[in-house]
Design a protein around this ligand. Structure first.
Ligand SMILES: Cc1cc2nc3c(=O)[nH]c(=O)nc-3n(C[C@H](O)[C@H](O)[C@H](O)COP(=O)(O)O)c2cc1C
Length: 370
């Protein structure tokens, strides 16, 4: 990033360097995981090389779109996977493209659980979950939820193992690490949250039991690839797909302490922030307990502007800030933040359309002389 003639840094807190474990980041503007549904037949496609490369900076951190760990993990058309050899091979040139430009690239590994229906499942079977209650949310009515099938206690180690294998595959594909998707009402969150998890075995009821599945996945992934390559995304405060918890602060704190036990590299928290009368009100107190407890890097995400991100870093409640929609529509977002340039507007109509160019790699860069 640029400096004044006298060598002083010109930039706000977001554009200062940060050392995350062994990764030396040159700035704190992270590409948030963004599902784009352009991986036909669950296989990453060559057009993703350009897409991710466009959003790569020397020393920048990118998190991939959510990537399925197994053939039961899908709930949306054309999302990528990382459980077959073909998928691993298909990721390699995409990861190479990011590395060629000096980026650090983590793969978000994912299982949707009950946010699916039988058309996405092998042999048309029911989706699996912590529960047999279907999703009750107007936001997911497109899934026409069939009742999910509650996993038997003795099946759970196999799902944990799917995450382990996916992490191994991600490293084989060249990724620098993985982000376990524990957020947004998907399978792990279906175990964590007490409004969904109605189990009576060792994976249900108490906070410790509800967190057991997540903790076993973290342990398996850490054992497989090393804690220095493992992050997790959590959204204790959110209620996507009906995944509500009656005590999100306690849940976040329990998980923060569990992550410490394994020396996990980062915790990526989707932060609830009130928006009222066009103004953003920061509510960092929500993650205060997690922040103070967790010894690794905290990434936050959720409706951040540049100013909000600068505040998150300068006030000390986050180390890095992930940008979703703004990074989707501004491939050169860190540069735009650096010079306070106007931002391209995103078009939500093309977030999930299958076109390999439109709404994907055709958002304009700043002219090179700016
Ligand atoms: C098109 C789109 C796809 C998304 N896909 C994912 C995903 O694959 N995994 C995930 O954890 N979050 C996903 N999210 C959530 C974003 O990572 C991010 O948390 C959210 O957009 C809020 O950040 P923003 O206000 O900067 O966009 C998605 C969001 C959008 C808009």
């Amino acid at each position: 990033m640029t400096s004044n003639d006298d060598g002083a840094n010109n930039n706000g807190p977001l554009l200062t360097p940060y050392k995350m474990g062994k990764f030396r980041l040159s700035h704190r503007v992270v590409l948030a995981p963004l599902t784009r549904q352009r991986s036909y037949g669950n296989v990453p496609q060559p057009h993703a090389i350009l897409y991710y490369q466009q959003r790569t900076t020397e020393g920048g951190l990118l998190i991939s779109e959510a990537t399925g760990v197994s053939d039961t993990a899908q709930g949306y058309k054309d999302t990528p996977g990382i459980w077959t050899k073909e998928q691993v091979e298909a990721w390699k040139p995409i990861v190479d493209g990011v590395h060629a430009k000096g980026g650090t690239f983590f793969c978000q590994i994912w299982h949707v659980g009950r946010v699916s229906n039988s058309t996405f499942q092998p042999n048309g079977q029911a989706p699996i979950s912590s529960t047999d209650k279907p999703v009750q949310s107007k936001h997911v009515d497109k899934f026409t939820p069939l009742p999910p099938r509650r996993l038997e206690t003795d099946e759970i180690p196999f799902i944990v193992n799917d995450f382990r294998v996916a992490a191994r595959n991600a490293i084989e594909a060249g990724f620098d690490g993985v982000e376990i998707h524990g957020a947004h009402g998907y399978l792990i969150d279906q175990f964590l949250k007490d409004h969904v998890n109605d189990r009576t075995d060792i994976y249900g009821a108490s906070l410790e039991n509800r967190c057991r599945f997540a903790v076993e996945i973290i342990q398996a992934v850490v054992d497989e690839i090393g804690a220095d390559k493992v992050g997790i995304r959590l959204s204790p405060f959110a209620n996507y797909s009906g995944a509500v918890d009656s005590n999100p602060e306690a849940l976040g704190l329990y998980m923060a302490n569990a992550l410490n036990n394994f020396g996990v590299l980062y915790c990526h928290v989707v932060v609830p922030r009130m928006v009222k009368n066009g103004e953003n009100f920061e509510t960092p107190s929500h993650i205060g307990l997690m922040r103070s407890a967790f010894k690794g890097t905290i990434i936050v995400a959720g409706g951040y502007s540049r100013e909000d991100g600068d505040y998150a870093v300068s006030s000390g409640y986050a180390d890095l800030v992930a940008y979703g929609r703004l990074f989707l529509s501004n491939p050169d977002l860190p540069r735009r933040f650096e010079i306070d340039a106007t931002l391209n507007k995103y078009n939500s109509e093309t977030f999930y359309t299958p076109d390999p160019v439109i709404g994907y790699t055709d958002y304009p860069f700043l002219p090179s002389d700016v």
